[in-house]
Design a protein around this ligand. Structure first.
Ligand SMILES: [Zn+2]
Length: 396
């Protein structure tokens, strides 16, 4: 073919495509006919199944999955099905690239332009009020909203991020996060939990730049908590955990001191170690990031009179904790806030946090300790249940 013929062929192809797709959604190259999903068909059992990729509607977006974090919630559902969702395609900490977009979808939920090739995350689905924007969200919390990855199976099947493709439907929140790398995008959902917790903590008016802050629990949530505090300029952070490797991570995330609770017998000795870590002072503020009732009871002893506490470790019911309301709360005048999940507003703040964390050199990507292919979803969840790593991710 001569140059001229080549060009003519290309033009012909483009014109044919334009005619054929005039009223159809814009799409990128080569979308397969089917998509794999990891369907949880029984407790502790994913089955890789294949479903047709449906024609998407004018308000829908087809996203090719690039990565999805494994959450504690996924692990609970995998092990015990407490939400009664089986069969279900899990995965709500996902991100990917738009490969097809309905003609009515022009912008993301923050008003940014959206198109084929953009990298996105989803947040919530507001069935009752599809017009809701993130700026209305202070009036609403997560009640009444659904999340991809925790939806019951239906005829579309492509409802969670443990899949090659996901169909993002009308009424969903979707954000253009093309400016963030893949690892940062995988961390958006868990990081939003911490942005929300710190926003809750700020309502106490106790948390300040020069506060002495203790973070108890150095799983992904506690470590992200330290990173958020460090990124906002808090310099005096003591991490408490029982695992030396996690405490090392805490230092990399910005903790200035660490206390290994296994090395201190009894709560008095432990509180003494926390006090010593701040040079002889108790903490002004504490974040409780474990799901352990004993840890909740203990943390009051780390806080000074008039200090504050944000409890965010109990995403699900972890049992009752025993405290002494006189000594722990009243006599010390502790201000306590609880924190649960996040709002859409926190999501946008999270994108900026991830950029800033990178800019000050926090190695957040190290939090993702394992990556498993979709076909190995069972192994990914088992690894999470064994608590072998920190954040585990599923990739195609
Ligand atoms: Zn999660």
């Amino acid at each position: 073919m001569t140059e001229q013929q080549k060009i003519e062929a290309i033009v012909k192809q483009v014109l044919a495509g334009m005619q054929g797709n005039a009223t159809v959604a814009a799409s990128g190259p080569s979308i397969p006919k089917t998509s794999r999903v990891a369907m949880l068909t029984a407790k502790e059992h994913f089955e890789i199944q294949e479903y047709p990729i449906p024609e998407i509607g004018d308000d829908d977006v087809l996203v090719k999955m690039e990565g999805c974090g494994v959450c504690g919630t996924d692990a609970h559902e995998f092990k015990r099905d407490p939400f009664g969702l089986i069969p279900v395609v899990l995965g709500h900490e996902g991100t990917g690239e738009i490969v097809k977009i309905g003609k009515n979808v022009k912008k993301d939920s923050a008003g940014k332009p959206l198109g084929v090739g953009d990298k996105v995350v989803t947040c919530m689905i507001f069935k009752d009020n599809p017009d809701i924007t993130m700026f209305d969200l202070n009036k609403q919390n997560v009640g009444g909203a659904d999340v991809y990855g925790l939806l019951p199976d239906d005829d579309t099947h492509l409802n969670g991020w443990y899949a090659d493709y996901i169909v993002v439907r009308k009424g969903s929140t979707i954000f253009n996060v093309s400016h963030l790398d893949l690892d940062s995008r995988i961390l958006i959902e868990p990081a939003a939990v911490l942005i929300h917790a710190v926003e809750r903590a700020k309502t106490t008016n106790i948390l300040r730049f020069n506060s002495r802050v203790v973070v108890q629990g150095c799983g992904p949530i506690g470590l992200l908590c330290i990173a958020v505090l460090r990124t906002m300029g808090i310099e005096n952070i003591t991490a408490v955990d029982g695992n030396e490797q996690r405490l090392d991570f805490a230092k990399q995330m910005g903790a200035t001191a660490t206390v290994n609770f296994t090395q201190h017998k009894g709560i008095e000795a432990l509180a003494g170690a926390v006090e010593a870590s701040f040079g002889g002072y108790l903490a002004d503020f504490a974040f409780q990031c474990t799901g352990s009732p004993v840890a909740h009871a203990n943390i009051y002893k780390f806080i000074r009179n008039g200090g504050g506490l944000c409890e965010l470790g109990f995403f699900i019911n972890g049992g009752d904790a025993t405290i002494n309301p006189h000594f722990d709360l009243c006599a010390k005048e502790i201000t306590l806030v609880g924190s649960w999940v996040y709002t859409l507003r926190d999501y946008a703040t999270t994108f900026d946090f991830l950029k800033r964390a990178k800019a000050i050199g926090l190695p957040l990507e190290k939090l993702i300790t394992h990556k498993f292919h979709l076909a190995d979803a069972n192994e990914a969840l088992q690894t999470n249940l064994r608590q072998d790593g920190l954040k585990i991710a599923i990739i195609p």
